[in-house]
Design a protein around this ligand. Structure first.
Ligand SMILES: [Zn+2]
Length: 259
């Protein structure tokens, strides 16, 4: 059994064949799916999916840094209201993105900080998105030193040194997906040199398809290619990758006994 800890099932890319996509994933051994929250517009679609597939789909709630605009406080008010009424497995995705959203950097910082506070208040892990933003993120996380933060740096793209710094802020894992199969990505070396217990699996589908599907729509069934690559890098059996990453994800998102 493996878990896709980051898959955007509610996007239009899956509107026409979601049941088939989920079936293919299950045949490939993927039995649980975590859907990250992005913004208010996509929220209701996500929750509708969760109601349709309550045993396998688990929602997170967050405001994606790319979607932080002038109205970010309104968005977070809405998010807080939902948090008080429904169950979520994480806060996210949140974080900072200085690549796609250079206009609202100060707001991204504040939105990230407020979402960290929510994670602490609700005792939830964080799903952190970072694009060209590690130093900015660390500056925010510095304010929370000594707090019991936990979560994942999703689509991790840093060096092993960066990951060691991440771990100083709490119990953080690296979310590993299709990029690990890319040639010259550097990420393969990072995975090779880190503990298997620091890794959780994710597709970030419909994006970031692994080789040999690079450039095509991604889907959860492709996690098997990521498992195979990690097993090769760690020189271990695929079963060990599946068991270890699943155990880590179950603990991090408290999925044990759910589904
Ligand atoms: Zn994502």
């Amino acid at each position: 059994m493996i878990i896709d800890t980051h898959v955007h099932l509610a996007v239009d890319d899956f509107a026409n064949d979601l049941p088939e996509m989920l079936k293919r994933a299950q045949v490939a051994g993927v039995q649980k799916f975590i859907i990250p929250g992005v913004d208010r517009d996509s929220y209701f679609k996500m929750m509708e999916l969760v109601r349709r597939y309550p045993d396998i789909c688990f929602p997170a709630i967050g405001l994606h840094p790319i979607d932080v605009f002038a109205n970010w406080q309104e968005e977070l008010d809405f998010l807080e209201e939902q948090l008080s009424q429904h169950t979520f497995v994480a806060i996210g995705e949140t974080g900072m993105d200085l690549y796609h959203n250079k206009e609202f950097v100060a707001e991204q910082r504040l939105a990230f900080e407020r979402q960290i506070n929510l994670a602490l208040r609700y005792d939830l892990p964080l799903i952190v998105h970072s694009r060209d933003a590690f130093e900015e993120l660390f500056a925010v996380l510095d304010k929370f030193k000594g707090k019991a933060l936990r979560g994942v740096f999703h689509a991790f793209s840093g060096s092993i040194e960066i990951f060691r710094r991440v771990q100083k802020y709490g119990d953080f894992k690296m979310g590993i997906g299709g990029v690990v199969t890319f040639k010259n990505a550097g990420l393969a070396n990072v995975v090779k040199n880190s503990e298997l217990s620091d890794v959780i699996l994710e597709t970030d589908a419909p994006w970031l398809s692994p080789v040999p599907f690079r450039g095509q729509r991604n889907e959860s069934a492709h996690l098997s290619y990521i498992v195979a690559k990690i097993a090769e890098l760690k020189d271990c059996l695929r079963e060990e990758v599946e068991e270890t990453t699943t155990r880590t994800a179950q603990t991090l998102f408290k999925l044990e006994g759910k589904g």
